[in-house]
Design a binder for this molecule. Structure first.
Ligand SMILES: Cc1cc2nc3c(=O)[nH]c(=O)nc-3n(C[C@H](O)[C@H](O)[C@H](O)COP(=O)(O)O)c2cc1C
Length: 318
């Protein structure tokens, strides 16, 4: 059963996933107003006091939008918390989520009962992102309400498992909210995620190439000009395997097909292991880039996916 916050008033069963550096209130608000859940990493608000301002802005603007558009309510928003020793702000950022009663919290990396308890204290829900069934199991045992299965081909710190295998394994024992991530970039992809057993799609890369995203124009254009073969899976930049645009690596003078292997104990979201800065100069993207044909607004992207979703449903109904 999907909780109301993941169902009511959504135009599409989609969360616009949190993107380091790139997601900020303008993108999140555009996603919510377009009818999909908008999300941003708490760490994008810097210094940490800015999180209070961002949450006030988002909460107030969504309330104003909903008052002005009773016929088209905005989708709720989500905040991503990186639960890792390198994140020294976690306690502060969680307090902010409690203060503003953030409806959905997405926890990444560590599954920790205290995080879930804090969010449950005011009726919020926690979705934990995982790349395998073992982590999924542990997250639910520690009190997460739902799971985000990050399969192969996803942008950022992706997994290696086939989405078919991963959803199947999780659905053998878990009937709660389940999202699927990894190269979903069309309405047909969203419907496919539901057909294989997920409730919703979790989509990142296509939102990077929107006007509202806080990314360099060259980054947006490179997503438009790339296809799946232009994505490389490497742990060199953060110590954890992720998918990146080969073009951004070549631009830094490195050979994307001959990257050294990094030390996983050095993972830090603030600093690259060595060389150019991951995320700022080395651009993350998933294998779904081919479906992104132009830089447009969030509303245009969601409208395109809505059309494709309806067409895919029709095609399958015949
Ligand atoms: C540039 C970039 C930055 C990301 N930053 C974060 C992050 O800060 N926190 C997080 O939980 N996931 C992050 N992700 C992962 C996404 O939230 C999501 O899992 C992924 O984009 C889904 O795959 P897709 O890009 O193929 O749609 C990032 C992904 C990308 C491409």
């Amino acid at each position: 059963m999907l909780p109301a916050v993941l169902k009511d008033g959504l135009r599409l069963p989609v969360i616009g996933s949190p993107l380091f550096i790139i997601s900020h209130p303008e993108l999140t608000l555009a996603q919510c107003k377009a009818g999909v859940v908008g999300a941003f990493p708490a760490l994008n608000a810097r210094p940490e006091s800015q999180l209070d301002e961002w949450l006030a802005e988002i909460t107030e603007e969504l309330a104003a939008h909903n008052a002005a558009h009773p016929e088209r309510q905005a989708a709720p928003f989500a905040v991503n918390q990186i639960v890792h020793t390198s994140n020294r702000r976690l306690e502060h950022d969680l307090m902010m989520c409690v203060k503003y009663k953030v409806p959905i919290v997405i926890s990444s990396l560590g599954a920790v009962a205290e995080v879930n308890d804090a969010i449950h204290s005011y009726g919020g829900i926690v979705l934990h992102d995982v790349i395998n069934n073992r982590h999924a199991n542990s997250a639910i045992r520690k009190g997460a309400d739902g799971l985000i299965a990050v399969a192969t081909g996803a942008g950022g710190h992706a997994g290696t498992l086939s989405p078919f295998a991963l959803v199947e394994e999780i659905r053998e024992w878990f009937d709660g909210p389940l999202l699927l991530a990894g190269a979903i970039a069309t309405g047909g992809g969203i419907l496919a995620a539901q057909a294989m057993g997920a409730d919703m799609a979790y989509i990142g890369t296509p939102f990077i190439a929107t006007r509202e995203a806080r990314a360099a124009d060259g980054y947006k254009e490179m997503i438009v000009g790339s296809n799946a073969a232009d994505i490389v899976y490497s742990n060199y930049f953060t110590g954890v395997h992720g998918n990146y645009l080969k073009g951004s690596i070549s631009a830094m003078g490195m050979d994307p097909d001959k990257l050294p292997v990094a030390d996983p104990t050095k993972m830090d979201f603030d600093a690259a292991v060595s060389g150019p800065k991951a995320w700022k100069e080395i651009w993350g993207a998933g294998q779904g880039v081919s479906a992104v044909k132009a830089v447009g607004t969030v509303e245009e992207l969601v409208s395109r996916m809505e059309r494709e979703y309806a067409q895919a449903r029709q095609r399958l109904a015949v």
